[in-house]
Design a protein around this ligand. Structure first.
Ligand SMILES: Nc1ncnc2c1ncn2[C@@H]1O[C@H](COP(=O)(O)OP(=O)(O)OP(=O)(O)O)[C@@H](O)[C@H]1O
Length: 776
């Protein structure tokens, strides 16, 4: 592969601050950040030393959209045009400006965000590219909402699955992808998708994204000259914002969404931790849909830019610091991107030839190594050879015993290897168990932080409830006081009414008395006193009328007070009911807290147990790995020894084979000699019998001369007594034959006695015999 087809490097991280919004201006206008002139560092004002964070670029609030695009996203478009995968994603607190940065205002030259600018740039590059390059562009748009992937171009598909294969990497199965030929078509699809997104009102952002959105652009190019193709995939991700529910005022559905958002962002943080802490062997990509989709973008085959968005307001300082820390961690993620290329026939042929050459080289190397180690011994051959001669058999036996000893070692080594394999398997199982445990631990950690968050939330709510109860109590107290006042007032009114009634009665009696007095008065004074009395009576009656009115007034007042009292009673009852409800809720909450605390303790205990068992297993694993290492060393030493012995044996075997060949040659020669001697023996036998016949004739003839003295007997090697008379008839040839027969006998004897190494070169007709041969 061409070196320009591969590129490894860190994720590019830039940081953008938006201007203060209206709410922040109202709450606290102060800004908590300072920007360094190097455009790379931002400092958060704090009481002590300011906290400083450095990135590839830091954009202050006044930065226009175009600059953000040029620095953060344009290089990614270039890479995608070359066939690399690319990702740009925005991360930050809710309302920090992620959607503004990623999408902005479509069709507005100044305010449009990264996605429309990237699309515009890509089409511009396509138009200006070489004429032999043919491009196709398709787009897909989806969101991850409540852990489900919804197709934003076909929203009925709302639970898409994620798959992975060698060619496509990680991808969303069945995601609608539409071919597009210009920016306007893309904007249209963006508008359709954005219309199908989950967006809602929160106290922090009227148009808050409640899901993570992913805009996918696939850009394929075919070279019409050599038919090669390249495909670059671009992921443009607008993450949902992390939020403090206390600040956003999330309740009900919004609260559920916030929990899901925070959970998946925690999973994202854990993936980044695992990628950057340098000690995690497992990256928990599968813990959430978001991290699974972004698997290639984080630590994989992609060129990635991360834009962290922040608020400069002191009111959001804690969230800003948390976002800045996230960016710092993400900065050390290393990706390894490669061009997604399909090879031409000639390129494939070249690669095939190279591969073949490599295989050939490897075969040669294997052959050489085999020769070095030695090929397996051919026992059958050895046996047939050893059958012929016992001594060779003995040698073979020795060799076979050596081989069987080696075989034993081999068996032993095989056993050790098997054992080691089992150990390795066990090790792997333990590793898998460890990974599983780590997962469980991270889950427990997640649960733990979730429980903590829940506890804090419950505590906050409790404090709020207590405050409400206190307020209600105060109100009830006030009302009680009011009731008491009213009661006193009522008592006064009753007293007064009683007094009035009393005086009314008195007056009535007075009137009756006056009337009776009037009736009994003398006639002459009648006119004066009657009129005076009438006046008095009228006066009294008027007074009574006043009193009656007052009594009515009091009665009305009493009625009003009574209704007020009953109203107060109703309120009191209602408040008491509310109070009881609050107390019940409080009771439930505290029970829940106790349960949560209990669960938390259980989780902590489980975690501790797991940690200690893991530690033990780790120690055990370390010991096993040390033992394995030692055993491996032993095995390799044994193997070396075996190889050495094997090669020695091969050398020995070769020399033995040579010796055997030599010996067989000699044996053949000896057999030929023996045959020759046997022939000679027969010949000598025939000669001897002929000699005997001739001797008999001579003796027969000599017995005729009875006067001649007896001759001493001559003993031949055949033990035939020969007369001196026949001395002259024994020829030189026949004597040599006798010598030869002696030699044959000796050979026969030697053959029978033979136990050591047989060397037939020793068996020759005795030269001594020849020397002793009497010449007549
Ligand atoms: N750099 C900026 N300049 C001017 N206005 C901005 C900037 N960034 C954000 N805004 C405004 O702030 C508001 C919130 O921004 P936006 O919706 O992009 O936030 P967000 O991070 O996507 O929030 P959420 O996570 O809740 O979806 C919007 O009205 C947006 O126009």
């Amino acid at each position: 592969m061409d070196s320009s087809d591969e590129s490894s490097g860190n994720i590019r991280v830039v940081c953008r601050f938006r201007p203060l919004n209206e709410k922040e201006k109202q709450i606290e206008e102060s800004v908590c950040v300072n920007f360094d002139s190097d455009n790379k560092t931002v400092a958060i004002k704090s009481e002590g030393e300011p906290l400083r964070f450095s990135y590839d670029y830091v954009f202050p609030p006044s930065t226009p959209q175009a600059k953000i695009y040029h620095i953060a996203a344009r290089p990614i478009v270039d890479a995608v045009m070359q066939g690399f995968n690319g990702t740009v994603f925005a991360y930050g607190q809710t309302s920090s400006g992620k959607t503004f940065t990623m999408t902005g205002v479509l069709n507005d030259k100044d305010l449009m965000g990264i996605i429309p600018r990237m699309i515009g740039d890509a089409f511009m590059k396509i138009l200006n590219s070489d004429p032999h390059l043919e491009f196709s562009v398709k787009v897909g748009y989806c969101e991850i909402y409540m852990e489900k992937i919804k197709d934003l171009l076909e929203p009925t598909k709302n639970n898409l699955k994620i798959h992975e294969d060698k060619i496509r990497g990680v991808y969303i199965e069945d995601l609608t992808e539409r071919y597009v030929s210009n920016e306007d078509e893309v904007y249209e699809l963006m508008n359709i998708g954005t219309g199908n997104r989950e967006v809602g009102y929160t106290h922090m952002n009227a148009g808050s994204s409640r899901s993570h959105s992913i805009f996918c652009v696939t850009l394929s190019q075919t070279n019409s000259l050599d038919c090669s193709t390249k495909t670059g995939k671009l992921y443009l991700v607008d993450l949902a914002g992390s939020e403090k529910v206390g600040k956003t005022g999330a309740e009900g559905k919004r609260l559920e969404e916030a929990k899901n958002i925070n959970k998946s962002l925690t999973a994202l943080g854990q993936v980044i931790n695992a990628l950057t802490d340098g000690k995690s062997s497992h990256v928990p990509y599968r813990d959430s849909k978001l991290t699974r989709v972004l698997q290639d973008s984080l630590g994989g085959n992609s060129k990635t830019s991360l834009i962290i968005t922040c608020s400069p307001s002191a009111y959001n300082e804690a969230e800003t610091v948390s976002t800045l820390r996230f960016g710092i961690r993400a900065k050390s993620i290393k990706n390894k991107a490669k061009v997604n290329k399909e090879y031409t026939v000639s390129e494939l042929k070249l690669m095939l030839a190279k591969a073949k050459e490599e295989i050939h080289m490897k075969d040669k190397k294997i052959e050489m190594l085999e020769q070095k180690i030695g090929k397996p011994l051919n026992y059958e051959e050895m046996e047939t050879k050893s059958n012929s001669k016992e001594d060779i058999k003995e040698e073979s036996d020795v060799e076979i015993s050596k081989v069987s000893a080696l075989d034993d070692i081999v068996v032993e080594l095989e056993d050790t290897r098997e054992r080691l394999t089992k150990e390795v398997e066990k090790n792997m199982k333990l590793n898998a168990f460890l990974i599983e445990n780590e997962k469980e631990i991270s889950e427990i950690r997640g649960n733990y932080s979730f429980l903590l968050q829940r506890t804090n939330e419950a505590a906050d709510k409790n404090a709020l409830n207590e405050e409400i109860i206190r307020e209600k109590d105060e109100q009830i107290e006030l009302l009680m006081e009011e009731i008491e006042d009213l009661k006193n007032e009522m008592k006064n009114v009753y007293d007064k009414r009683f007094e009035l009634e009393q005086s009314f009665c008195d007056k009535d009696i007075e009137i009756i008395q006056l009337k009776s007095e009037l009736d009994v008065l003398p006639i002459n004074d009648e006119n004066i006193s009657k009129s005076a009395l009438k006046e008095q009576l009228e006066e009294e009656m008027a007074k009574n009328k006043d009193l009656l009115m007052k009594i009515n007034e009091f009665e009305n007042l009493l009625q009003v007070k009574a209704s007020m009292e009953s109203e107060i009673e109703v309120h009191k009852e209602k408040w008491n009911g509310d109070k009881q409800e609050l107390i019940d809720e409080l009771q439930q909450k505290s029970e829940k807290i106790i349960k949560l605390e209990y669960d938390l303790d259980q989780s902590k205990e489980n975690y501790k147990k797991l940690e200690s068992s893991l530690k033990k297993e780790l120690i055990c694993l370390r010991e096993i790995s040390i033992t394995l290492g030692k055993q491996l060393e032993l095995v390799s030493t044994n193997n070396n020894q075996l190889t050495k012995e094997k090669s020695e044996l091969v050398i020995e075997k070769n020399s033995l084979e040579r010796k055997l060949a030599r010996t067989l040659k000699r044996a053949k020669l000896a057999e030929e000699e023996i045959k020759k001697y046997k022939d000679m023996k027969n010949f000598v036998k025939n000669e001897t019998s002929r000699d005997k016949k001739r001797t008999k004739t001579v003796i027969d003839r000599s017995t005729d001369s009875k006067n001649s003295p007896p001759k001493p007997a001559l003993r031949t090697s055949l033990n035939a007594p020969l007369n001196y008379n026949i001395k002259k008839t024994v020829t030189r040839r026949s004597y040599a034959t006798i010598q030869m027969l002696d030699a044959i006998k000796e050979v026969d004897k030697k053959k029978n006695d033979m136990s050591g190494e047989l060397d037939f070169t020793d068996i020759q007709p005795s030269s001594a015999g020849r020397e002793k041969c009497i010449v007549f």
